[in-house]
Write a protein that binds this ligand. Structure first.
Ligand code: ZN
Length: 84
């Protein structure tokens, strides 16, 4: 988390999404998070899904942070990349 010039990866974004939604990211990290979102539509979709889930449940379900969720995200990313 020290290399601010390096674009955040999808993996990093997934790990930070709960902190983002709870507004707990440091401003430089938040800026990188939002930079990644603009460049990566699948992560934007993932963020919206997480926001909807939290809005519906009032909390973050532990299973949403499982490797399975990451696999779905990566599959979405591959679909998106394949369509470009
Ligand atoms: Zn991404």
């Amino acid at each position: 988390m020290s290399d601010v010039a390096h674009m955040m990866t999808c993996q990093e974004l997934v790990e930070l999404v709960t902190d983002y939604l709870e507004d707990r990211l440091e401003p430089p990290v938040r800026a990188r998070f939002e930079e990644h979102l603009e460049a990566c539509p699948p992560c934007g979709t993932y963020l919206e899904q997480m926001r909807d889930t939290i809005g519906a449940l009032g909390r973050i379900p532990p299973e949403s942070l499982s490797p399975h969720a990451e696999e779905e995200l990566l599959a979405a990313f591959r679909d998106w990349a394949a369509r470009r």
